[in-house]
Design a binder for this molecule. Structure first.
Ligand SMILES: Cc1ncc(COP(=O)(O)O)c(C=O)c1O
Length: 409
């Protein structure tokens, strides 16, 4: 390989984030390059969930007054610095799909005439488009797709709200949040940012970019656990402009007054809906406490260096094995490497998983490898690339067992 194991080890010796790895429970003999789908388990999360189980056992319903009920706002404040938001601008709640629906209704509702046009990106993670379509179907709104790769500016006429990912889930392409937000606002529209592949993957600056609305999940780079709750960001000054459509009791100004009529809370709490899982929030809270110690610029440097190392190690294999590297240049990507092998992509990923190198596969032909600086070392990346080479050169990916498909790829 073009890069030596010694040089990877040298990078580990100089790594300011190296000690974070000890704070994760990682199976022996697994090289995990799928933290962009489901993050690894922080040791502190297991402890926190156990403590919450004990609290449930001992305190029963009193637990809701011992930190469970206000966890959505408390965790929102813990998360805020990681995404460049301020105190009181983030609430941890529901999932991305529901949160986009809430924001669409909140923004479009401000028009006051029942009309409105929602634009979502072709080539984005499908749920963003699906929910925009569902939203439009049940109101007098229209939904349009921005064709993949087309100019946003050329499609903004008459649009009220655009749903955009900061980092594309397939290619890893990074949008310029500040410039795009300015462009959309200049056209009299609003933008909902989907941070699924950027929160915890790179420094995000919502306030500095002038962003008013965003959603994101915590089960990927933020290590909140499988099915961990998502979040909503609404810029201060824009939190009191109408109802969001999922007007549940936890978003009410006085949920325990049990009034017949809905009256939204005057702050970020309005974006809550109903009862959440105290157990799930406790795992995430433990992880977010760790994130408070992370230098996001060091994280970005390491993420780019690791993804570059992986690409360098594999560069000579691409042409002979008909693999295309569609990963954008360093400043223009998130924290993943995207390789397309139209014919053998699925089988190559399965063969790697059989060797303990876990990446993932997305149709059509896309092999994704996520780089999570807190629990991956440069040596891990080098070893993963070595396995990749062996899988190709030995031809083991051609074995029939690597063609069998499960429900989740
Ligand atoms: C960009 C993007 N948006 C949304 C989602 C999923 O959202 P939800 O939390 O509703 O499952 C994903 C999941 O991978 C995603 O990558």
């Amino acid at each position: 390989m073009a890069v030596t194991l010694d040089s990877a080890r040298e990078l580990d010796r100089q790594d300011p984030l190296a000690t974070f790895k000890e704070r994760f429970a990682l199976p022996e003999d697994v090289l995990y390059l799928d933290g962009n789908s489901l993050g690894a388990q922080p040791l502190a999360a297991r402890k926190a969930v156990t403590e919450t189980m004990d609290q449930w056992r001992d305190e029963l319903i009193k637990g809701w007054n011992q930190g469970w009920f206000d966890a959505p706002e408390r965790l929102g404040n813990l998360l805020a610095p990681v995404i460049g938001a301020g105190e009181g601008e983030v609430v941890v709640t529901d999932n991305i799909t529901l949160n986009i629906f809430k924001l669409l209704g909140y923004i479009i509702g401000q028009r006051g005439d029942g009309g409105g046009v929602v634009l979502s990106e072709g080539g984005n993670f499908p749920t963003d488009g699906y929910i925009a379509q569902g939203f439009s179907r049940f109101g007098g709104h229209q939904h349009r797709f921005l064709p993949e790769g087309a100019s946003l500016e050329a499609h903004l006429d008459g649009v009220d709200v655009v749903v955009l990912s900061q980092v594309n889930y397939r290619t890893g392409a990074l949008r310029d949040m500040a410039a795009t937000t300015r462009l959309v606002h200049a056209h009299g529209a609003e933008v909902i940012w989907d941070l699924a592949h950027s929160a915890g993957a790179l420094p995000v600056d919502l306030n500095g970019s002038g962003a008013r609305y965003a959603v994101g999940c915590t089960y990927k780079y933020l290590n909140g656990g499988p099915g961990a709750p998502a979040f909503i960001y609404v810029q201060r000054g824009h939190q009191n402009s109408g109802w969001q459509p999922l007007s549940g009791w936890h978003g009410h100004v006085a949920p325990f007054a049990f009034e017949a009529d809905y009256a939204p809370a005057g702050d970020i709490t309005r974006f809550r809906t109903g009862t959440h899982s105290a157990l799930a929030y406790s795992a995430l809270e433990a992880s977010l406490a760790m994130w408070a110690e992370v230098d996001m610029h060091a994280l970005r440097d390491k993420s780019l260096a690791m993804s570059e190392l992986f690409r360098d190690c594999l560069a000579d294999l691409l042409e002979p094995y008909d693999i295309t590297d569609i990963t954008p240049a360093a400043g223009e990507r998130g924290s993943q490497v995207s390789l397309v092998a139209a014919e053998n992509g699925f089988a190559i990923v399965q063969a790697l998983i059989a060797r303990g190198v876990i990446g993932d596969y997305r149709e059509p032909g896309l092999m994704r490898f996520g780089f999570t600086p807190l629990y991956l070392s440069f040596e891990d990346v080098w070893q993963a690339a070595r396995h990749f080479r062996e899988v190709l050169e030995s031809g083991e990916y051609r074995e029939s067992r690597f063609k069998v498909r499960s429900a989740v790829t």
